[in-house]
Every structure is written in C-alpha cells, then in structure tokens.
Write a protein of this length. Structure first.
Length: 107
C-alpha cells in the first residue's frame, strides 16, 4: 500500500506537487501546508511522513476534490448580494459628492 503523503490545494482541493508554489488549477500561492483532517499548519517539510499532529496521509482518489473541515477559522465571505438600497444609496452619495466638488471648482 502506498503511504506516500499527497498534497492538495487549500483553496480548490485539487492535488498539487509536493514542491508546488502555486496551484495549477486555481492559481493560489502556498505559504504553508494545512492538514485537511485536523487543520494543523506548518511547512511542507513537517509533512514528509503525513500530518505530524494526526498522522493523516491517505486522502481520496487522485484528482478528486478534498472536503476541508468545517472548523476553518478564516472569515466567511457572504454568498448573497447586497440589498438594492445599498447600491442606490452608494450611487446617490457618489453623485452628491461629485456635485459638491464640481460646484466648488466652478465658483
């Protein structure tokens, strides 16, 4: 059985080379390696025999995305658009500021 550790992009979940500096699929640059099982983060050298924290080294079949743990502490980006009134208010404020600047330049 092959227990050689495999590496996956933290952003899109696709398998990457051990020494890759960026994901060939999504383009994200790597600063460290994060275990998809326990979330432990360190340099890629620390993961030479799998995760030093939990021992994880057998992800799903090659090319399949890896589901990251839900305990991710990164801020979540809202997936819904802002309400229409926010856009309208921003446009009105922009027009008002432009009108004030134009009136000061003309006087």
């Amino acid at each position: 059985m092959n227990k050689k550790p495999r590496f996956f992009c933290d952003n899109c979940g696709y398998e990457v080379d051990r020494d890759a500096k960026a994901c060939a699929h999504c383009g994200r640059f790597f600063a460290s390696v994060r275990c998809p099982s326990c979330g432990y983060t360190s340099s890629e050298k620390a993961f030479s025999n799998g995760c030093p924290s939990c021992g994880y080294s057998a992800p799903p079949a090659a090319g399949q995305p890896v589901r990251l743990p839900e305990t991710d502490n990164r801020p979540q980006i809202p997936t819904h658009p802002l309400p229409l009134w926010v856009y309208l208010l921003s446009i009105c404020a922009f027009i008002a500021v432009c009108a004030v600047l134009v009136s000061k330049l003309l006087s």
